[in-house]
Design a protein around this ligand. Structure first.
Ligand SMILES: [Fe+2]
Length: 385
């Protein structure tokens, strides 16, 4: 088979390793930045990491204003507020410290702050940001979203109660400073949900219609690393090897889905999470095996390759795909994530969620063609457990 035409860009300078965060000082100095907006969340704000990052900024001779009103599912109103604070402070750069929420929020804040706008809604969709933005430095503290290397931002539209995606390569971090040691203090429950988000990225990126040979390589390596290490990272938070593998796996998954896409698991998870304000990774974890089961017949060879990357052995591709589904179910239960019927959701909610999932921009990327009825059936199937 001849390779389909594709392009592969990497807008972010990735710097990975222990204590790499200290590079921030020279990065700011080189760019002669005098004012920084630091975006984080209330939990991270209480940690000494923020003090450390503030010290790196001050050593560069810059002033810093902190914005930490960021919810687990960041809201459009928070983006507006953060941007207004940044504009007021004359911020010339943004530094985000935290998981996907502060990083996604920072990307959208940068759009409004750089373009002097007040509503992120007008940039919803792909390619609506007209020009380069101010420098943005991402310091991830969880292994899950891959947001440090992606150029999309998922923000809750509070008026219409759904998650919108804003996507532009201009939103990518200028530099990602990725230190896996920052994740050793992440609580087990968050390690579990963010880790399952990362695994979902890799699996969806590998099976999505726009996958290309480079995203495939990244996705398979991501699956291998995450499936080898998530349980250890969950059970032993200070296991540096597991944390390192999870951070690398999450980043590779982020790179893979930036070029391929996510697919129906994310479409359903965003419909579920947007309605109930639940952790994104938890929603993905609940839905992932059921969507895999549904998709497998449409891409059986790909699902068998995923099973191999998970270290599973089998003879027939069908058998491999079944084993991969079971492996994902068992992993989610080993890291003690709940099932759909354990959440504050009832089957009456499913038709509305199915309609929202159907409208998601990633629905056409799914390995198997989806209808609204398919989504409804999958929510019901997941609810049965
Ligand atoms: Fe995700």
């Amino acid at each position: 088979m001849i390779t389909k035409a594709f392009s592969f860009i990497l807008p972010t300078d990735i710097r990975y390793g222990k204590d790499i965060t200290s590079d921030l000082t020279i990065l700011l100095k080189d760019r002669e930045i005098n004012q920084v907006l630091l975006v984080t969340d209330p939990g991270i704000l209480k940690t000494t990491l923020v003090d450390q990052v503030v010290a790196y900024i001050k050593t560069a001779g810059a002033q810093v204003t902190i914005f930490s009103d960021v919810s687990p599912n960041p809201r459009d109103t928070e983006v507006t507020k953060g941007a207004s604070i940044g504009i007021h402070a004359n911020a010339e750069a943004i530094v985000a410290v935290g998981g996907g929420s502060p990083m996604d929020c920072a990307k959208s804040i940068n759009v409004l702050m750089s373009l002097k706008k007040d509503s992120i809604k007008e940039f919803e969709g792909s390619g609506k940001v007209p020009r380069p933005l101010k420098p943005y430095f991402a310091i991830p503290t969880t292994a899950g979203t891959g947001s440090e290397v992606t150029w999309s931002s998922v923000i809750n539209d509070t008026e219409n109660q759904y998650k919108m995606t804003i996507k532009s390569t201009y939103m990518a971090a200028t530099v990602a400073l990725v230190d896996p040691a920052l994740t050793t203090s992440v609580p087990a429950a968050i390690t579990a949900s963010t880790g399952m988000d990362a695994l979902t990225h890799a699996i969806e990126a590998f099976t999505a219609k726009n996958a290309n040979p480079i995203s495939d390589a990244l996705a398979l390596q991501s699956v291998e690393l995450i499936t080898q290490s998530l349980l250890n990272a969950y059970r032993h938070g200070d296991d540096m090897q597991a944390r390192d593998q999870m951070m690398m796996g999450s980043m590779l998954g982020g790179l893979a889905f930036s070029h391929s896409d996510v697919a129906s698991v994310h479409c359903m998870a965003e419909a579920l999470g947007g309605s109930l304000d639940l952790p994104h990774g938890l929603c993905n974890s609940i839905l992932l095996p059921y969507v895999m089961e549904f998709n497998a017949p449409a891409a059986i060879t790909r699902f068998a390759r995923l099973a191999k990357a998970m270290g599973l052995t089998f003879d027939e591709e069908n058998e491999g795909a079944d084993l991969a589904v079971q492996f994902v179910k068992d992993l989610a239960s080993s890291v003690e994530l709940p099932q759909l019927n354990e959440l504050a959701v009832t089957p009456e909610d499913f038709p509305r969620m199915a309609a929202i999932a159907m409208k998601n921009g990633s629905t056409p990327s799914n390995a198997r063609e989806m209808t609204e009825i398919d989504y409804l059936n999958l929510f019901q199937r997941a609810y049965q457990g």
